[in-house]
Ligand binder design. Structure first.
Ligand SMILES: [Zn+2]
Length: 223
């Protein structure tokens, strides 16, 4: 009996040690949102605020998206969703993507910067490729930056089948509801082969600026 007891203790200590080692090696990697990589994303943790009496904390579409295990977002992106800043068409598109793939959103409006240290405004700042002066869809809640697909960073996985499928799903959305400002890594864009008609931005300077994420945007407001 005593032997069994000590064995159990030893086993528990060993197990605890392993858990501790794993945890210490990556304390920041404890994460509850599987769609986002370790250390990124507050989607599930922030859900509580959606369930209270907190009026205006999210439409049914927002709630549905946030509750999907395939959808992940950073805390700042979740806040934008909860505040109703994000365009309904974009929410619908992200929902569509999340039905087939795990996607992690880094930014909508909050925390978005074109240039380090330059506060975002209604227009893209000069110096951001040749797009300076154009309307900033992020600022109006009409753009999302997807940095991870099915647990893989977009960067370095531009021609991964799952990452390519994100583009295929977008292209299949009927015109009118389809994003008209899709920008991704050069190799992703080339492999998909879609043109402006499908909503793709092909300017080489812009592709160069999107090696690490897929930007999904709507240029005009829904009105
Ligand atoms: Zn973007």
């Amino acid at each position: 009996m005593i032997l069994w007891f000590w064995r159990a203790i030893a086993g528990a200590v060993l197990l605890f040690g392993i858990v501790l080692l794993t945890a210490c090696g990556s304390l920041k990697e404890v994460d509850l949102t599987p769609a986002c990589p370790p250390g990124v994303g507050g989607g599930i943790r922030d859900l509580g605020s959606l369930k209270g009496d907190d009026a205006g904390s999210g439409s049914t579409a927002v709630r549905r998206l946030l509750e999907s295990p395939n959808f992940g977002a950073t805390s700042q992106a979740v806040r934008d969703l909860e505040r109703g800043i994000v365009d309904q068409r974009l929410i619908a598109t992200l929902w569509l993507l999340s039905r087939e793939h795990r996607i992690c959103i880094q930014t909508f409006k909050e925390g978005h910067y074109f240039l380090p240290g330059v506060e975002d405004g209604p227009r893209i700042p000069e110096g951001y490729g040749k797009a300076g002066g154009l309307r900033n869809t992020h600022y109006f809640g009409r753009a999302a930056d997807v940095w991870w697909v099915d647990g893989k960073p977009v960067e370095g996985n531009a021609t991964d089948q799952n990452v390519l499928e994100i583009g295929e799903i977008l292209a299949d959305i009927p015109p009118g509801r389809r994003p008209d400002q899709t920008i991704g890594p050069p190799r992703w864009t080339k492999a998909l082969g879609y043109g402006r008609k499908k909503g793709w931005v092909l300017a080489p300077d812009q592709l160069g600026l999107h090696r690490d994420h897929i930007h999904i945007g709507y240029m005009n407001d829904s009105g």
